[in-house]
Design a protein around this ligand. Sequence first.
Ligand code: BTN
Length: 276
Amino acid sequence: MTKGFKGSGVEQPAALHPDEIQRNLKTARLGKKIHYFSEIDSTNNYAYKLAQTGAAEGEVVIANGQMQGKGRLGRSWVSPPDVNVYLSVILRPKFAPVHAPQLTLMSGVALAETIQAFIPRAPEIKWPNDILVGGKKLAGILTEASCEDDRILFVVVGIGVNLNFPQELMPEAIKATATSILTLTNQPVDRLDFARRLIQGLDQCYGDLEERGFPAMASRWERFFSLRGKRVRVEGPGGSVLGKAVGIAGDGALILEDEKGVSQRVIAGDVFPMDT
Ligand code: BTN
């Protein structure tokens, strides 16, 4: 069954029903239970509440559209119905809260590797978790954690990807800075197929992170890290920091090198390249 996105002429599956996502879903832990909404405020909000009331690791919340999609740093995430993927996954990792950012980076790897199969060029990861193609944002990750007594109770990993979002229908606020797979390839994406592959990718990366540890995941992440060796400015909660981006640390911090060659760690903020 297909349904067109109004005005786009694009045909895509009408819904992301759990049964259909679960058909042929090859995962060890993720997606055994999927909660679907045709419209919701935010899949992250719902997943967070579910986790607080005892939902199991691996439960997924997915929506056809969000009314109050949330982005990082208090921003909103434009979430029209019918065209994109908005999903949140509940994880209950056994490691200490200090390592929680590794889950964001692990999710970035899964997301970038999934996207790579749908577009003719490699996506770039802008630390910590923006997925860009040609400098424009294609997808984002919002990770929210609940911790107690130095242990992680749960982490919600929320992912939004612009799939069949026609450029001309994007709001002015993002039109010049965002892109979609439809824009990049001129081909509509099967959302079910994309969602299934993304859940599988997250499941595999989560297993790999547990089995092989962060260094192996960090080197996969760095393959998509477009700013390595570039001079950047990071706008963080404590002001701006300048330096050359050299990589990421074991706790997910961005490592910058200042003009004297001294390393600095950045744990939060937005990165802006200074070279063209
Ligand atoms: C960002 O780049 O600012 C992060 C965007 C994250 C958006 C996703 S869409 C699914 C999940 N639910 C939300 O409200 N936000 C995340």
